[in-house]
Design a protein around this ligand. Structure first.
Ligand code: HEC
Length: 128
């Protein structure tokens, strides 16, 4: 009999653990101005403003949201709603060849910042 009680107890503990595990809050909406721009300013502007090496080589200019979304001379590097198909995310997340990972010279970004870029793109890459 004791083992029946014990298994019922274990069952309830498991259910509780699973419920707590699943109820984690969705990430609050991230903002371009408040969260993304400061990362770019600190780690990317050096090369991706007019006169910078990254801009010269790729045409990717980060001086405004609109230019940021325009991407390189070959096209967009951000697909709103889909970080995993966005070149920019793949580069900063280290999912590409070592030689082209971003930011050049200071790869990788802190993990939390890579996560923020991913979340912001997945949330629609809004100008918010
Ligand atoms: C030290 C200079 C430097 C820094 C800092 C830098 N970049 Fe770059 N970036 C480059 C260069 C140079 C290129 C041209 C392509 C290459 O050499 O990989 C480039 C190209 C790119 C491209 C286009 C790649 C492609 O395949 O079309 C993206 C996207 C990019 N950078 C994002 C970033 C982001 C985001 C940051 C900041 C987290 C950043 N870069 C920081 C130099 C830099």
């Amino acid at each position: 009999m004791w083992f029946l009680k014990a298994s019922i107890a274990i069952f309830f503990v498991l259910v509780m653990v699973m419920t707590v595990g699943c109820s984690s809050e969705p990430e609050p909406e991230l903002s371009y101005e408040a969260h993304i721009k400061p990362i770019l300013k600190k780690h990317c502007y050096e090369c991706h403003l007019v006169g910078g090496k990254g801009y010269e080589a790729s045409g990717f200019l980060m001086d405004s949201y609109d230019n940021f979304m325009k991407g390189t001379k070959f096209g967009e590097v951000i697909i709103p709603g889909s970080a995993i198909t966005s070149t920019l995310y793949l580069l900063v997340a280290g999912k590409t060849d070592l030689s082209i990972r971003m930011p050049h010279g200071q790869f990788p970004l802190p993990e939390r910042q890579v996560e923020m870029i991913k979340t912001w793109i997945d949330q629609g890459a809004k100008n918010n």
